[in-house]
Design a protein around this ligand. Structure first.
Ligand code: BES
Ligand code: ZN
Length: 632
């Protein structure tokens, strides 16, 4: 009985699948008003309470006031519901929300309950529908919401006004939006944000009121609309003292006014990047591509919020050497935002595809050697991460993971190697044509590892046994470590760096005599990364004197250097280290530094605890819990 109901319902909910599924591969599917869901067993999301096959959210209208004093968002979320006939209730995700009432469209109260909370997952919010097709949740997102970071003026560039931003991925948005927070349940949305009138609000959607509208009481309102169905983790906001500068016809940058010049310089190639990406894998479907540069507390390098990539300011190194970050977030406009991992254990479908695509954009923009250089450097990172995960047989080295498994950058780099291996075996032309058609055929839909492999077999392998054997698809997707057909690339520029490492470490050349002229961030990273892990105090001092590494304005280089300094318990770097831990919130930099401090026993833990006592409050809630776990 139950399964029949579910099956009938799945039919109903899937009936809105894009008609273009059957259209020629060259033709792109239009965004469907209601995106289909997947009902296969491996597409079941353990991190949501929602039962979308019974009742699901298809659209969200937010109307929220931003209160910097209380650190709350409060107002309403109106949800459009698609339910099977006779469905009595809808289950939403919520985390620490203060819900005051739920009504239907006509203001009639609907019964609701919030169940027991689980760590991270939050609590189910169950609403009795009483036939309603649209329900309105009145609520407040309490202080401490896991998706939100409220920055005091001191943590901004301008130091005068506060800043707020959200980070939805992976399951944080339920702390400020009562909806079905699962990547397989796509929703269109609109929002109205009311903020203090001296601040600007931006969101990951079309910005309908760039200047805002008067909202009384010294406040301004900003309105937004996303007419394409997106997974809810891609709903994002930022509020602060922001200015905008166009970069090209459909690209631009938002940043605090004092950072705008530097940001615009670093991002000068953005418009061309969109063009290069489109030439590779088909049209950019999201309208504008703008970038928002956040304060240094932003916990990631970048976040692919649609129409508005969020970026760390640490990428502003003055030499445009980290624009692969932009290439990466832009690439998510296809892999991730158009075709989306159905559940988080399939996250490599987002990150691995994107890292591959990122590298292709870098090649298209700056040539083969630049792309090879980044791939070569990534190989080193992958080897380090596999070791940290417990070696080639460790379960955490699998692409298709388990819930709650920490895979670090393995998803990214192993995933990208997988696709590069496919490219190499199939030939670029055939592979690129396939990938373009894959994005088009699955646009605005969730995807699973099994779904991708089935698609590849149907469209490319087509029963060719020899080819099947060569590709080792299942080994890549489900096995640990690295299959033996992995294609490794070697960079000549990095080989030259290695020669300098050898001169310094083995042949005792002085730091000042090394040939480092014109090195980019990547070359410095290879240099610092390949130095022997144990170095004498004299050698460390020589390097720091010649290259000013402890105080490098380049956060990538500085953090790699500080890691090496900690490993050698080199005291002169400690003040610079403590300052770094107290000024940068990017988890990618912080995690290895705290890990290495812990590795160094009492000496390191004393430094870590001292720095963390003041730094913790400036970190994103996610980052703080990552560091808590390291130091506990
Ligand atoms: N989507 C990720 C950021 C993310 C990952 C947020 C996991 C929450 C959980 C983003 O696209 C990303 O991968 N950023 C990288 C960029 C780098 C690989 C170029 C980062 O933040 O370092
Ligand atoms: Zn990514």
């Amino acid at each position: 009985m139950r399964s029949l109901v579910a099956a009938a319902c799945a039919g109903l909910l899937l009936s809105a699948a894009p008609a273009a599924l059957a259209a020629p591969q060259s033709q792109r599917a239009a965004a469907p008003a209601v995106a289909p869901i997947l009902t296969t067993p491996e597409a079941k999301d353990a991190m949501t309470y929602a039962r979308p096959e019974i009742a699901r959210v298809t659209h969200v209208d937010l109307d929220l006031a931003v209160d910097f004093d209380q650190q709350t968002l409060s107002g309403t979320a109106a949800l459009s519901v698609l339910a099977q006939p006779g469905a009595k209730e809808i289950i939403l995700d919520s985390e620490n929300l203060a819900v005051t009432r739920v009504t239907d469209d006509k203001g009639r109260a609907l019964p609701w309950t919030i169940g027991a909370a689980e760590p991270e997952k939050g609590a189910p919010l169950t609403v009795q529908l009483n036939g309603a097709k649209r329900i309105i949740v009145h609520y407040t997102a309490r202080p401490g919401a896991s998706a939100l970071q409220w920055l005091p003026p001191a943590l901004t560039a301008g130091k005068k006004k506060p800043f707020l931003f959200s980070q939805g991925q992976a399951i944080n948005n339920r702390s400020w939006i009562p909806t079905q927070d699962s990547p397989g349940i796509r929703q269109t949305w609109t929002a109205r944000l009311v903020v203090p009138e001296d601040l600007m609000a931006v969101m990951s959607a079309e910005r309908l009121t760039p200047e805002g509208e008067p909202a009384g009481d010294g406040r301004r309102a900003f309105r937004f609309a996303m007419d394409k169905p997106v997974p809810p983790y891609l709903i994002a906001l930022a509020v602060g003292d922001l200015a905008f500068r166009p970069l090209g016809p459909r690209t631009g940058v938002y940043a605090e006014p004092s950072m705008l010049d530097r940001a615009a310089y670093e991002l000068a190639d953005t418009e061309k990047m969109v063009e290069v990406a489109e030439k590779l894998y088909g049209p950019y479907r999201w309208g504008r591509y703008d970038v928002l540069v956040l304060p240094p507390a932003f916990p990631y390098g970048g976040m692919e919020n649609p129409t508005l990539t969020f970026l760390t300011p640490t990428f502003l190194t003055g030499d445009r050497s980290n624009v692969n970050l932009v290439a990466h977030e832009l690439a998510h406009s296809w892999s991730g935002n158009l075709v989306t991992n159905a559940t988080w254990p399939d996250g490599w479908l987002n990150e691995g595809f994107t890292s591959y695509f990122e590298n292709r954009i870098m090649e298209g923009m700056y040539g083969r050697e630049r792309a090879v250089l980044e791939a070569d450097l990534d190989w080193d990172v992958l080897m380090r991460e596999i070791e940290l995960a417990g070696g080639m047989d460790a379960p955490a080295t699998r692409l298709r993971g388990d819930d709650g498994e920490e895979s670090g950058q393995i998803d990214y780099i192993k995933g990208s190697l997988f696709l590069r291996t496919l490219e190499t075996i199939l030939g670029r032309e055939r592979w690129d044509a396939y990938l373009t058609s894959y994005f088009n055929r699955h646009a605005f839909q969730p995807q699973t590892t099994a779904g991708f492999l089935a698609d590849l077999r149907q469209h490319v392998v087509k029963g060719d046994k020899a080819l099947e054997e060569k590709l080792q698809l299942d080994k890549w997707a489900y096995g640990t470590g690295l299959p033996d057909n992995a294609v490794r690339l070697h960079s000549e520029a990095l080989a030259a760096v290695d020669a300098q490492v050898k001169a310094f470490a083995e042949d005792d050349a002085s730091a000042a005599s090394l040939q480092t002229k014109g090195w980019s961030t990547q070359e410095w990273l290879r240099f610092v990364g390949n130095l022997p892990r144990a170095l004498s105090a004299e050698k460390l001092a020589d390097l720091d004197k010649a290259f000013n590494l402890s105080r490098s304005p380049n956060a990538y280089v500085r953090s790699a250097w500080l890691e090496l300094a900690i490993a050698n318990r080199w005291e002169p770097a400690v003040p610079a280290l403590e300052e770094f831990l107290n000024s940068v919130g990017r988890t990618l930099f912080l995690r290895p530094l705290y890990r290495e401090l812990k590795e160094q026993g009492d000496w390191g833990m004393a430094i870590a605890k001292r720095a963390y006592a003041t730094a913790r409050d400036t970190y994103h809630p996610n980052t703080a819990s990552t560091i808590d776990a390291i130091l506990k």
